[in-house]
Design a protein. Structure first.
Length: 694
């Protein structure tokens, strides 16, 4: 029997409440909020998923996506049994197989490749789940023991993380709950209503108490519309704006000299660089009026307490790491860190004392040092032949918690790589995604309602425990169990491969978290100071906020932050004069949820937002099919003529599955595999295109 998408029978949850219970869990998705969930189960069936009202960051509220989680778990197209490919790569043609058949065949193939060179095997994963156990727990143990190539997981946040680490010492910042007390909140590169809903509730609370909200974003987002002020800068110009703000703080002496002297390093050098950036110079680079820059600088320099909510959109350009560094310097200039409602927050994940060595067991490498492959260059790397510099050609890829055909840049090359008939591809998935279509074997994975896991957050400072609410649907198995069973078949007899998911949850923090509290409440709070850097004590080598990074200087890089123009700035190319950014559609989370009919009905179809001033000379009207193109490829979708896009910038909302596009492509057909200045991250928002009416 040959099957494609929709292999699972329609499932209608029973509703009889004869045996009803509520189970505490955690949202697994790549979002700062990491909500605490309450799942109602009746007769073994999950009938409702709600926000936990007892968890303060969640406050009983879920986004529209996760509130539909039962729709995802019982989706009629859910994968419920292993599948073996029977058609050409990418055809989506498979036949059912048993678990023993699948695991035996996969183990034989991986074992044969590993016998020649285990580095020819590549794991590919990211944050389809943010869980410590179903993410890189048992999976990391398996690939370390195998000796497979290592994966540099860069696709979302690595540039900003590097920028923050070289300035503040780690992915740390102010506690999110105190934004409610701020008098000025700058939302920098953050569409909070779409991607950080619970933070937006705090911002609204501050607004009711008289706070001013300012949004910095190239797109007039839903969040920008509801702020007092919107600085609609060009993509990749954030560092220029940050330096112009510093310029005004210096010129008008809106500085905390005592804080600068006690708790910072490299101030005189940073001051000299900032004084080169007048508002007029920055206005030309950023594409906004100089008076708007001056007004924001005065507000930031004279308002106490002032806070910046920085998000990852602004670091997906060539100079993303430097831009994050420049913005992270600002609170130290004004002494904003003295107040618990002042400072900056990009990520709180650095506060968590996760014992990754205990969880992931790098000791299983046994002294081997496999090569590292950057996940953002997977298109080139799958097509790269063996060489002394690269090592062996990639012969096998095991994909879990990711959909690289849809999410990785320059996807024509990604698709060509996965279409190799000689590439052995295993995909652990819940649905038949673009990537699953290219698999040799698809293994059905559990959803969050069906397994144990433990979660940190990057928007608050609580640890959350996820208990399984229901038994796995059909033949689905947790990622952890799949890698355990492969380990047995490959003869890995270390005791760590027999440990249960609950044991892995306990090992992740050791005795640094109260396990009994996690079991009882579903969450436990870290003990983070209310104003962590009021007296310096940054987790840097110097203990200071490092405007100048000695570590970067040792690497031969600029020790100070700087503005680095985009690889492909707006208007620089006559052939491709428009800059394109590709933020997520409001009702999708990367490529997750795209196949839920209720959410897809809201988004309707892939669109490109284009400003009327750019649409009119091209003869483009709303609803018209357009071709968006550059030297890397072309992508057809519907146009939406709107002032949400600024002149010179188009917005390709993502991330749709490729097979749902008009030509079987999505917006990543156009993005490049170039990397950021710091952190080796992708440059999704550093992309020049042109648009034609069709």
């Amino acid at each position: 029997m040959t099957v494609a998408i929709g292999i699972a029978p329609e499932f209608t949850p029973a509703r009889a409440p004869a045996d009803s219970r509520r189970v505490l869990g955690a949202c697994p998705h790549d979002c700062p909020d990491t909500c605490s969930l309450v799942t109602t189960v009746e007769d073994g069936v999950a009938v409702k998923v709600q926000g936990n009202p007892d968890h303060r960051p969640t406050d009983g509220v879920l986004c529209a996506k996760v509130s539909r989680y039962t729709e995802r778990t019982y989706h009629p197209e859910r994968l419920l049994q292993p599948l073996r490919r029977v058609g050409p790569k990418g055809s989506g043609r498979f036949e059912p197989a048993s678990w023993d058949e699948a695991l035996d065949a996969i183990a034989r193939r991986l074992g044969a490749i590993a016998a020649r060179d285990p580095q020819a095997i590549l794991p590919y994963s990211y944050c389809g789940t943010m869980g410590l156990v179903q993410g890189e727990g048992m999976a990391a143990r398996f690939f370390h023991r195998l000796g497979a190539s290592l994966l540099e997981r860069t696709i979302c946040a690595s540039a900003g993380a590097a920028g923050l680490t070289h300035t503040l010492g780690g992915k740390v910042g102010m506690r999110v709950e105190f934004f409610a007390e701020s008098k000025l909140i700058i939302l920098w590169g953050s569409n909070s209503i779409t991607s950080n809903l619970h933070f937006w509730r705090l911002a609204q609370e501050a607004k009711r108490q008289g706070a001013r909200l300012v949004c910095i974003d190239p797109r007039r987002t839903e969040t920008a519309e509801k702020c007092h002020e919107h600085l609609q800068i060009l993509p990749g110009t954030d560092a220029a704006l940050a330096f112009a703000l510093m310029h005004e703080l210096v010129v008008h002496d809106w500085l905390d000299h005592d804080y600068l002297a006690r708790y910072t390093a490299g101030w005189e050098a940073l001051r000299e660089r900032a004084l080169r950036w007048s508002p007029e110079r920055a206005a030309q680079v950023c594409g906004i009026p100089a008076p708007q820059i001056r007004e924001l600088a005065q507000a930031y320099g004279t308002t106490r307490p002032a806070a910046i909510r920085l998000n990852y959109g602004m670091q997906r350009v060539r100079g993303g790491g430097n831009a994050a560094r420049a913005v992270a310097c600002l609170p130290a200039l004004t002494g904003a860190w003295r107040h618990r409602a002042g400072g900056v927050l990009l990520s709180s994940s650095g506060w968590y004392p996760v014992d990754r060595a205990a969880l992931q067991r790098p000791d299983l490498l046994a002294g081997r040092t496999p090569r590292t492959i950057n996940m953002s260059t997977i298109g080139d790397d799958l097509l790269r032949p063996a060489s002394p510099a690269f090592g062996p050609a990639v012969e096998a890829v095991v994909v879990y918690n990711s959909n690289p055909l849809a999410v990785a840049p320059e996807s024509a090359k990604v698709a060509a790589g996965f279409a190799r008939e000689d590439l052995f591809t295993v995909v652990l998935e819940q649905f038949q995604t673009d990537t699953a279509d290219h698999a040799d074997w698809i293994l059905p994975a559990t959803t969050q309602l069906e397994h144990w896991d433990l979660h940190t957050a990057y928007g608050h400072t609580d640890v959350l425990l996820n208990r399984p609410a229901i038994a796995p649907v059909g033949g689905a198995r947790p990622n952890s169990q799949i890698f355990r069973e492969l380990a047995v078949r490959l003869g890995f007899d270390e005791p760590c491969f027999q440990e249960s998911d609950e044991q892995l949850c306990r090992q992740a923090f050791g005795d640094r978290i109260d396990w009994d509290q996690l079991l009882a409440r579903g969450y436990a709070s870290l003990q983070v100071p209310e104003a962590p850097f009021a007296q310096g004590r940054f987790p840097t080598a110097s203990g200071r906020c490092e405007f100048f990074s000695a570590e970067l200087a040792r690497r031969g890089l600029d020790g100070l932050p700087d503005h680095l123009p985009n690889y492909e700035p707006a208007g620089a190319s006559a052939r491709h004069p428009l800059a394109m950014i590709s933020p997520p559609a409001r009702n999708f989370l990367n490529s997750t949820f795209v196949n839920l009919r209720s959410l897809r009905a809201i988004e309707r179809e892939p669109v490109l937002e284009i400003h009327p001033g750019d649409a009119q000379p091209r003869g483009i009207a709303s609803g018209q099919v357009v071709r968006v193109f550059n030297d890397r490829g072309s992508y057809r979708c519907k146009a939406e003529v709107t002032e949400r896009a600024r002149p010179g910038v188009v917005v390709g909302l993502g991330i749709w599955w490729r097979k749902m596009g008009l030509d079987g492509t999505n917006v990543n057909q156009l993005t490049s595999q170039r990397l950021t200045d710091l952190g080796n991250g992708p440059v999704f928002y550093d992309c020049a295109v042109d648009v034609q009416a069709q």
